[in-house]
Design a protein around this ligand. Structure first.
Ligand SMILES: Nc1ncnc2c1ncn2[C@@H]1O[C@H](COP(=O)(O)OP(=O)(O)O)[C@@H](O)[C@H]1O
Ligand SMILES: [Mg+2]
Length: 510
């Protein structure tokens, strides 16, 4: 800081000095011209041979000399000069006045140098003598600063004479000094003002810029909540507003980006879940396909075996019938009669199982006709001869139970479900069948009050081969599901242990 100040002061001083000396030079040139002009005037006011005639003290009469002095006095007053004079060089050490001026420019005082008076300082003329051409010099004596010209010439006798004129330059020096001082002061002031103004400006700009870089640092570290409030010029205010806006935009974009990323993550997660779900489903489907294929093969085999067993079973049934006929009326052996009955029942049961196996293996595309399910339900119940303790509660809610379906398959469907219901209830209970038209479907509900299905089995009852019965083939409900699916319908089973079972079937009317 102090170095800057010192430099400023040195620079202004140098500037002022340069200006001072340049001005002085110009002033001196002007003064020198003036001095020469008055020397010429003085020379011209003298006779041309003035110096040629001078030989001694009496060469010029006093009146003529006084008249010359008087004229010089007036020239001095007019030109503002100190002195106008002329000298004759008798030898370098003896120089005499040939004209002069009164110190107060007043002839009456008679205080001027006398004609032919020896000059006290011959050395003052040596420079002009050597150069022999107009010689200017500045001097300082008891009266102050002055400027002088000496113009040497040679008279007809070969002697050197010189005209001289001098002027005081005290005023000029003083005014030059004053100007230099003023200019120094002004340049110092201007430079100082400039310096302080630049300090102020740098504070005005540097401070906000520091603040700006501080906040920019925060923003670059991801802190977007720092707002800038720059004080100062309106440009700085609009700059801070722009930066604030920028940081808010960045913040918003980042949060948008984060949200999108989050969303993307969610989508990815969901996709992963979907893939896992589908993979599991695919696995299940594959398993099902394999088991279906196995079952199909097994079904084919069972169908063949069942078919082959039908004939021997028919023979056994006929033989049992024959034996029964033979024994009828005789009281012979009650035990034999009992065994024949068991034989017949078992043949009946085996026949049913074989029937189921054959049916399951032969389910085909339904050949649909118009059938009334209300009627079929009733007919199936009648044909099965319900035990006496079982009440049949039939509620045909639909005006007509007519749908487009395969009649034989519908009989099978009701038969299997009602048989299961009878099995579940034993000798007592209520079998309820209701039908209802529901948005393009006929809804059939078959409900019993039997033993119900334990929750762990509810998902298995539709699987082929699942049975909890000692002589069950476990194909009844599997056949039902196939028939319903082939008719584009749905089947649901709701049940609880000891609370009966309800089978709900939805079949489209067409
Ligand atoms: N109405 C019902 N009440 C109780 N259990 C039932 C009923 N219907 C079906 N089940 C259960 O579902 C199993 C499978 O039935 P199903 O496929 O008809 O084969 P099956 O009658 O030969 O056992 C039955 O063994 C039984 O455990
Ligand atoms: Mg069954």
């Amino acid at each position: 800081m102090s170095t800057i100040l010192v430099s400023i002061l040195t620079f202004s001083a140098a500037l002022s000095a340069f200006y001072f000396y340049r001005q002085k030079e110009m002033d001196l040139k002007y003064i020198d011209r003036e001095l020469l002009h008055w020397v010429d005037n003085a020379k011209e006011s003298l006779p041309k041979d003035y110096h040629d005639k001078i030989v001694d003290k009496s060469s010029i009469p006093k009146e003529q000399y006084d008249a010359i002095v008087d004229k010089n006095n007036r020239h001095c007053i007019k030109g503002g000069l100190q002195y106008i004079w002329s000298v004759l060089v008798l030898d370098p050490e003896k120089i005499v006045f040939t004209t002069a001026t009164s110190p107060g420019h007043n002839i009456t005082k008679q205080d001027h140098a006398e004609f032919f008076e020896v000059h006290r300082d011959p050395g003052a003329f040596s420079g002009a003598l050597k150069a022999m051409e107009p010689h200017f010099s500045s001097f300082k004596n008891e009266w102050g600063y002055g400027r002088m010209v000496l113009v040497p010439e040679i008279d007809s006798r070969g002697r050197v004479f010189m005209f001289g004129a001098s002027i005081s330059i005290d005023n000029i020096i003083a005014s030059q000094r004053r100007i230099a001082f003023i200019s120094l002061t002004i340049s110092c002031l201007v430079l100082l003002i400039g310096f302080f103004y630049s300090l102020f400006l740098s504070g005005f700009i540097a401070k906000p810029i520091n603040e700006l870089s501080r906040i920019a640092g925060y923003i670059s570290e991801g802190h977007f909540d720092h707002t800038i409030k720059l004080k100062g010029a309106s440009e700085l205010k609009s700059l801070s507003a722009a930066i604030n806006h920028m940081s808010q935009t960045i913040k918003k974009n980042i949060s948008d980006l984060k949200n999108r990323e989050e969303e993307l993550k969610r989508h990815r997660q969901h996709l992963q879940e979907l893939v896992e779900e589908r993979t599991t489903e695919l696995g299940v489907a594959q398993d099902k396909l394999i088991s279906t294929e196995k079952l199909a093969a097994l079904g084919k085999l069972a169908g063949m075996v069942g078919h082959e067993l039908r004939n021997p079973l028919g023979v056994i049934r006929n033989s049992a019938y024959f034996l029964k006929m033979k024994l009828s009326g005789s009281t012979d052996d009650e035990k034999i009669r009992k065994h024949i009955n068991i034989l017949e029942e078992e043949v009946e049961r085996s026949d049913r199982i074989i029937n189921d196996i054959l049916t399951y293996g032969r389910i085909k595309e339904p050949s649909k006709i118009n059938v009334d399910l209300n009627k079929i339900a009733k007919k199936v119940v009648e044909r099965l001869h319900l035990p006496k303790g079982i009440i049949f509660d039939f509620r045909p809610g639909a005006k007509t139970g007519e749908i487009m379906a395969d009649e034989n398959q519908m009989i099978h469907l009701f038969n299997n479900i009602i048989l299961n219901a009878i099995d579940a209830m034993g000798k007592q209970g209520t079998l309820s069948i209701s039908t209802l038209a529901k948005s393009g479907n006929l809804e059939i509900r078959i409900k019993d009050t039997g033993i119900g299905i334990p929750s762990e089995n509810i998902d298995k009852v539709l699987d082929p081969g699942f049975s909890t019965k000692a002589h069950g083939a476990g194909l009844g409900l599997a056949i039902c599901e196939s028939i319903v699916t082939l008719h584009n319908g749905e089947i649901y089973i709701a049940s609880e242990t000891d609370n009966g079972t309800e089978v709900v079937i939805l079949l489209p009317f067409k």
